[in-house]
Design a protein around this ligand. Sequence first.
Ligand code: ADE
Ligand code: ZN
Length: 340
Amino acid sequence: MQDRAGFTEFVRQLPKAELHVHLEGTLEPELMLALARRNGLPLPFPDVAAAREAYDFTSLQSFLDLYYTGAAVLQTEQDFYDLTRAYFARAAQENIRHVEPFFDPQTHMNRGIPFGVIIAGILHALEDAEQDFGITSSLIMCFVRDLSADDASRTLQTAHRYRTRIAGVGLDSAEVGNPPEKFTRVFAQAADLGFHRVAHAGEEGPASYIADALDLLGAERIDHGVRCLDDPSLVARLIRERVPLTVCPLSNVKLRVFAEMAEHPLRRMMDAGLLVTVNSDDPAYFGGYLSDNYIQVADALDLSPLDMVLLARNSFEASFLDERRKDMLRADIDTFLAGA
Ligand code: ADE
Ligand code: ZN
């Protein structure tokens, strides 16, 4: 790559998938304030600058407190549409071809918003994104792990009638103290109903949560998973079983999982042969979208354009797309490289 601008453009144009992004985490302060005004709600922040200033986190929990406050401006089907639409419009600009976005229905239902309102707005925006931008998606409904397992089960029952429109279930929010085993039953129910299963594990929690997510929840993919490096036998297993990890570098630095990007283990994980992908997690809060994550981690760890291509290929392999569409998207990478 000739220069920095060339590298940036290369990453932005590289066809890729995003497999770990919380729709509520794409709520930019501008839209947050506009929705608060539209819905006649007290503003969580007086202005955009005050919101951004508050985005200085010391831990996952310090972030989650703000994230749930921000999400409370989402009230109507149109609000969920606008949120989802704004993310996909950005995704199109950086040649993201497929997304497996998370949403947290319990957060909204606990505020009295019906499931049908939430899902209608999101699904409408996903349909439009495929029509308008050619971006496909597989929606993943996350259970909030600091709520009870019964609450998760009730949510699954409510979601059941949307089974054909929701590809999978996940597990997010406060990890430490809420181990995978708490959700063994609801994940078994989800499996019986035909949902894919993923889980946040090994972000702040220990490596044993990663093994438990695989063994007790039947997780097909691990979100974050960076703490796997504490356990060499687990790393060997993840490599052997080709378990994908959806790693989020900017998130890890913002939430102080690692003190700075130079300490991020992504390169070590790639060198070890783990099936790692790069993702944005909550881009409105962590200072960058998908390409920013690729570029900033590449800068800090001296990753090459070929490393970027491997990460993009991994993103398609790790997705829930069928093999035909994966082949098409991998061919798109080859076509892009032939012209680059
Ligand atoms: N919800 C939104 N972002 C999250 C993260 N990084 N970890 C756990 N739950 C989340
Ligand atoms: Zn996450």
